[in-house]
Design a protein around this ligand. Structure first.
Ligand SMILES: NC(=O)c1ccc[n+]([C@@H]2O[C@H](COP(=O)([O-])OP(=O)(O)OC[C@H]3O[C@@H](n4cnc5c(N)ncnc54)[C@H](OP(=O)(O)O)[C@@H]3O)[C@@H](O)[C@H]2O)c1
Length: 238
């Protein structure tokens, strides 16, 4: 029996560099995987990457995660079609660089807040609430080194990553009285994603490794890093 047989897994950001690898790992372990997609072309790109995997249990729904009405409709359709959610993963956002903060255009600031925080908030509001209603399930947020590191001219990335890390800590505190598990995975090295091709270091984790680590967390077999904020530096950690 595969480790996620019979489990419904929602991956927000499943069309992204890391997200597609998570989707792959979850499908290989028997999960029903559900991905909100912003466009048909993004869905096609994801499906072509999964060409060698049985994707009969992958369902994609055209959705704007960062728009309240659209994510609410997505939640409604997911629950109509699958009734429950066992694992929800948020792998959302974008990197920003180019300006010191005092020169950053306001429209760029608004975009990065939207892509990196509004999306996380709305996904969490719609799906973590379902896990609380069920009193069961696991919610995972993927984060990166900017949450603890300042890089000049990339400061906005650090600000939103730090806010995202605090969001996960708040969620973990608020879930203490229920059987819902919250994890924030902060990956400090770059991740071996398909777009990087061969330009990678041997100790970087791959997106699929990260998916496998999440599966181990779900099944209670992951090596202990930290209780709520898990930090992953190299492939040896997982
Ligand atoms: N890549 C790395 O080496 C690395 C290393 C450590 C940590 N991380 C962390 O991993 C997370 C994901 O990174 P990634 O490299 O996979 O990024 P990515 O390839 O840019 O993917 C980000 C995902 O977020 C979605 N997204 C962004 N803005 C959105 C919006 N406004 N509405 C709906 N969806 C939106 C994208 O949708 P579309 O597909 O439609 O564009 C995409 O699916 C980030 O938190 C990052 O800090 C990445």
């Amino acid at each position: 029996m595969a480790r996620l047989d019979g489990k419904n897994v929602v991956v927000a950001g499943g069309t992204g560099r890391i997200g597609e690898g998570l989707v792959r790992s979850f499908l290989l372990e028997g999960a029903q995987v559900i991905v909100p997609v912003r466009s048909v072309s993004k869905e096609q790109r994801l499906r072509s990457y999964l060409g060698d995997v049985d994707s009969a249990r992958l369902d994609c729904y055209l959705t704007q995660v960062g728009e309240e009405g659209s994510i609410r409709e997505f939640r409604k359709r997911v629950l109509e079609d699958f009734q429950r959610v066992d694992l929800a993963v948020a792998c959302l956002g974008c990197w920003y660089y180019g300006y010191p903060l005092h020169r950053m255009p306001f429209r760029d600031w608004q975009t990065i807040l939207h892509d990196n925080l509004d999306t996380h908030f709305l996904f969490m509001q719609n799906f973590l609430s379902k896990l609380h209603d069920q009193n069961d399930g696991m919610f995972v947020m993927i984060n990166g080194s900017p949450s603890e590191m300042i890089i000049p001219e990339e400061g906005a990335t650090s600000i939103v990553a730090a806010a995202q890390a605090m969001m996960s800590r708040v969620l973990a505190e608020e879930a203490k009285a229920v059987q819902v598990r919250i994890h924030s995975l902060t990956v400090f090295n770059p991740v071996r994603t398909r777009d990087r091709g061969r330009e990678v270091m041997p100790d970087w984790v791959s997106a699929e490794d990260l998916g496998n680590y999440i599966i181990k967390l779900y099944t209670g077999t992951a090596p202990k890093l930290e209780q709520t904020i898990h930090k992953i530096y190299t492939v040896d950690d997982i």
